[in-house]
Write a new protein. Structure first.
Lengths: 107, 119
């Protein structure tokens, strides 16, 4: 099975900060990776697919990059509504696997 | 509007069974693979299972293989998850999610249904 190692586990940031979250795959997954945002008590929502393609309706301050084994999600200027937990998900092979999640908290 | 609505969660004793349903609307159900994802209280997301649009292909997480069965009924636009031999480790909110062909993006997700395994 492919292991997804996400870091950091949590971070504190201020509105306007640039935030970067990393996911590392235990083997090459090409660009078969998506990013999701989850707020407390809510279902996850999609942000990015194919590692770097922004899903329709997602603000342009979100961006994704990477391929192979290392991937990043960047929020260029953190907004109040962005405080949430973020997950990566690989769909290169079964079973699909999520990263452990990164909780973005207000500093 | 695309909607997914899970049901069937509840309290079940260890060793028991439960069947979850996910009613889909607003899209051509048979054109999309469908997934189940779960989240234990205070924990991260865990992918559980997927079924192809035709229902001919299914895959499972190792943690549920042999105990859970995913299925779908296109005449009812409904996805199912039959869960047997439940343990406390299966306690979680279970989400269904539509999968986009090509990108494999999961969108949208249902609101989730809580399964509690306890005596």
């Amino acid at each position: 099975d492919i292991q997804m190692t996400q870091s950091p586990f949590s971070l504190s940031a201020s509105v306007g900060d640039r935030v970067t979250i990393t996911c590392r795959a235990s083997q090459d997954i090409r660009n078969d990776l998506g990013w999701y945002q989850q707020k407390p008590g809510k279902a996850p929502k999609r942000l990015i697919y194919a590692a770097s393609s922004l899903q329709s309706g997602v603000p342009s301050r979100f961006s994704g990059s990477g391929s192979g084994t290392e991937f990043t999600l960047t929020i260029s200027s953190l907004q109040p509504e962005d405080f949430a937990t973020y997950y990566c998900l690989q769909h290169n092979s079964y079973p699909r696997t999520f990263g452990q999640g990164t909780k973005v908290e207000i500093k | 509007e695309v909607q997914l609505l899970e049901s069937g969660g509840g309290l079940v004793q260890p060793g028991g069974s439960l069947r979850l349903s996910c009613a889909a609307s607003g899209f051509i159900f048979s054109s999309h693979a469908m997934n189940w994802v779960r989240q234990s209280p205070g924990k991260g997301l865990e992918w559980v299972s997927v079924i192809s649009g035709s229902g001919g292909s299914t895959y499972y997480a190792d943690s549920v293989k042999g105990r859970f069965t995913i299925s779908r009924d296109s005449s009812k636009n409904t996805l199912y998850l039959q869960m047997n031999s439940l343990t406390a480790e299966d306690t979680a909110v279970y989400y269904c999610a539509r999968e986009y062909s090509g990108s494999s993006l999961l969108d949208p997700w249902g609101q989730g249904t809580l399964v509690t395994v306890s005596s």
